[in-house]
Design a protein around this ligand. Structure first.
Ligand code: THU
Length: 135
């Protein structure tokens, strides 16, 4: 299995762990780290709704908390038709750790579309934006 197939499979598999009793919209995500590790995540909803965390964010938070901060690709699997692209918050979280990366948008069965973070979030707010004059 090549690395893209493994990443897509990990995102699809992660959907099975989704905690989505309110939306019934199970999302899985997987990030390919620079060292070749694949870290997956699922959406975790909360009765207060605002505490809900997206699958992509869970995957990134897991990877960073394990010492992995450099990502090459991310796959996201959702039941939407056509399959859903990462939400704006997730795009911004990706931008924190990658100038650009490949985004594999998947349905529940496999890859649907390839795009990039640069295409999904042009002119991102970046750490370098904080380097100018403050106050
Ligand atoms: N969701 C994700 O996990 N990732 C996204 O990029 C968009 C939305 C989740 C959040 C919520 O649990 C459900 O999908 C419906 O919005």
């Amino acid at each position: 299995m090549n690395v893209d197939d493994a990443l897509v499979a990990a995102a699809i598999a992660a959907r099975h762990h989704a905690w989505a009793p309110y939306s019934h919209f199970a999302v899985g995500a997987a990030v390919l780290c620079e060292d070749g590790t694949i870290v997956s995540g699922c959406n975790v909803e909360n009765v207060t709704f605002g505490l809900t965390t997206c699958a992509e964010q869970v995957a990134i938070l897991k990877a960073v908390s394990e010492g992995r901060r450099r990502f090459l690709k991310v796959a996201v699997s959702s039941p939407a038709d056509p399959p859903a692209a990462p939400c704006g918050l997730c795009r911004q979280m990706m931008a924190e750790f990658a100038d650009d990366l490949e985004v594999l948008i998947c349905g529940t069965e496999g890859l649907s579309e390839r795009t990039t973070l640069a295409a999904l979030l042009p002119r991102a707010f970046r750490p370098s934006d904080l380097e100018g004059e403050r106050g």
